[in-house]
Design a protein around this ligand. Structure first.
Ligand code: PFF
Length: 454
């Protein structure tokens, strides 16, 4: 039998796991969520959610994966859990696959915008556009609604993913993350410095860092919780899958704090970039939502400052790097499952997992344009997948995982994995167990039920 794949170094495993966590969720979703939910008040709740819930759930995934030495489904089976728990693994795989379908499309958009920044096409005037905002808005509209162009870009990103994944865990995922993650941090640092030179940088920072607790509502708490799970890649089996590649002497608690800390740092840096821009350019509401912020508002700002093309290239490169290191981790969940369950070679498993995306992601892509009138529950396919997977499957997967690790897994599992067979301190094990057993399931259940109770 082929030797089990493993990350070659501690730095490599951190780079790959941070690469998974840091994605469009931090760069694109976090600033918009923070802006809509009261700035600093949101930030504080978000940090609390990451500490009280995110880190314990992350440790539950790490422990399961490293002890089970397999993917999201196989790990339950290797630990002799009943069949029902294997089904929980399948929920995670399903959630990850659904998310992958539309994440590839968005990654494709960033690819196109990087290309248009390099050629300068993005900043050429558009006929009939009266100002910069309408110029970028109509350019985005024209691109996203086009049947072919987004599709070609999505396919390009899928092919890049296939090539990286075929290269393997060490030579593909780890090697790429070792190069791309430092690059991502350098670009972010450059943007943070540039944001500090904006005219209203101080006002922006003060809005982001000085909490106004009157803004704190149950919705803010819910949104912060959802965002922290999305951002830390929890509930989809990604971290179970990656932990199976961790060497035996990797320290899980230290890794969890490092990954959560760096993920948080990227989100905070994005806040330190966006809020000074918000104040300096009088941005609000819609201009900061989703695709509009990335493809209309930011290019508008770049066009207004010197070195337009340079900033534009750097920013879309940042987005693409963040997106690719996340897509490979999401795809690896299915690849690992197929390799393990069907005993397929790496190449076959990668092809079997990713080829269907040429059809599924195409559907998501077309649902933004030619198929936008095809609605299910009032949503197009893209939004439906996003909402169903992110708001229902992710929390459901996390809650079931906590119940398994807290109540049903063998007693030795958590202490053994967290202390590396007794070699490390075990003081914090009861605390982690308490958080996994009681705190996380109750709070996540509360999140799941809130939309229903409302
Ligand atoms: N954590 C990554 C991000 O924030 O973009 C990747 C990701 C994980 C996306 C989980 C979506 C998700 F539900």
């Amino acid at each position: 039998m082929a030797k089990k794949a493993q990350f070659a170094s501690k730095i490599g495993l951190i780079a790959a796991t941070v690469g998974s966590a840091v994605g469009l969720g931090n760069i694109w979703r976090f600033p918009a969520e923070a802006q809509a939910n009261g700035g600093a008040a949101f930030l504080i709740v978000y940090i609390l959610c990451a500490l009280v819930l995110g880190i314990p759930v992350m440790l539950a995934e790490f422990s399961l994966g490293r002890a089970g030495q397999s993917g999201a489904v196989g790990s339950f089976q290797r630990l002799k859990a009943s069949r029902a728990w294997g089904a929980v693994g399948f929920i995670a795989v399903l959630a990850s696959y659904l998310i992958l379908c539309f994440y590839m499309v968005v990654a494709g958009w960033t690819f196109e915008y990087l290309w248009q920044s390099i050629t300068g096409h993005l900043y050429e005037p558009v006929q009939g556009a009266s100002n910069l905002q309408s110029q970028f808005a109509s350019r985005m509209e024209e691109f996203i609604c086009d049947p072919w162009n987004p599709l070609i870009n999505t396919y390009a990103v899928i092919i890049v993913n296939i090539l990286i994944l075929i290269a393997g865990v060490q030579k593909g995922i780890e090697r790429l993350s070792n190069i791309l993650m430092p690059l991502l941090f350098v670009i972010l640092l450059v943007f943070t410095c540039v944001a500090m030179t904006l005219p209203k940088a101080a006002e922006g920072l003060s809005y982001f860092f000085h909490p106004d607790f009157t803004k704190l509502t149950p919705t803010v708490v819910l949104n912060a919780l959802g965002q922290s799970f999305f951002s830390m890649s929890l509930g989809m089996g990604i971290l179970i899958t990656y932990a199976a590649y961790f060497p035996r002497d990797a320290r899980l608690t230290k890794t969890a704090f490092t990954v959560a800390g760096l993920d948080l740092m990227v989100s905070v840096m994005m806040g330190m970039i966006i809020f000074p821009a918000v104040m300096s350019f009088n941005l609000e509401g819609e201009s900061l939502r989703g695709a509009t912020m990335v493809f209309v508002t930011l290019p508008e700002i770049f066009a207004a400052i010197p070195l337009t093309q340079l900033w534009s290239i750097l920013f879309f490169l940042l987005l693409l790097v963040a997106a690719i290191t996340s897509t490979i981790s999401i795809a690896e969940v299915t690849v690992a499952m197929l390799q393990d369950r069907l005993k397929l070679s790496r190449v076959r498993a990668v092809l079997l997992a990713l080829m269907p995306l040429f059809a599924f992601s195409a559907l998501c892509s077309l649902s933004q344009g030619p198929l936008s009138h095809f609605l299910v529950f009032g949503m197009n396919i893209f939004d439906l997948l996003d909402n169903f997977a992110t708001n229902i499957l992710l929390p459901l997967g996390s809650i079931l995982l906590c119940i398994y690790i807290g109540w049903f897994a063998p007693e030795w599992l958590l202490p053994r994995e967290l202390t590396n067979d007794g070699a490390l301190h075990s003081r914090y094990v009861p605390l982690v167990k308490f958080a996994i057993k009681y705190v996380a399931p109750v709070l996540i259940l509360f999140v799941l039920l809130t939309p229903i109770l409302n």
